[in-house]
Design a protein. Sequence first.
Length: 131
Amino acid sequence: MSWWLWLLIALALVVLMWLAFVVALVIVGRREDARAAATFIPDCIVLVSRLVRDPRVPRRRKLLLAALVGYLALPFDLVPDFIPVAGQLDDALLVALVLRHVLRSGGDQLVREHWPGPERSLALVLRFAGA
């Protein structure tokens, strides 16, 4: 099998696990948590794009954010995404390290200002990034 087929299979598995998690939250009656989980990844994408466009973020931090987006978009990783948990964990750790670096330069107020999602998700991002 070619690498792009493995990539599609891995992506499909990640999406199915994410959807199963969201559906499970809805079934147990935690609709607010389900909504936050369903929009978490799009909210992170919006956050990074807003930080890259913000003139208060130093150029080196913007380049770091752009490199992060480029790395996450590549079809290969340090740990392949088709490996359950570990494949996504290395991406999450990399995002946390980059956000920690950005937070140290601009403070958490900058991230709070640009976060489009619910407050609980923001608290998770800030805690994950060490703020």
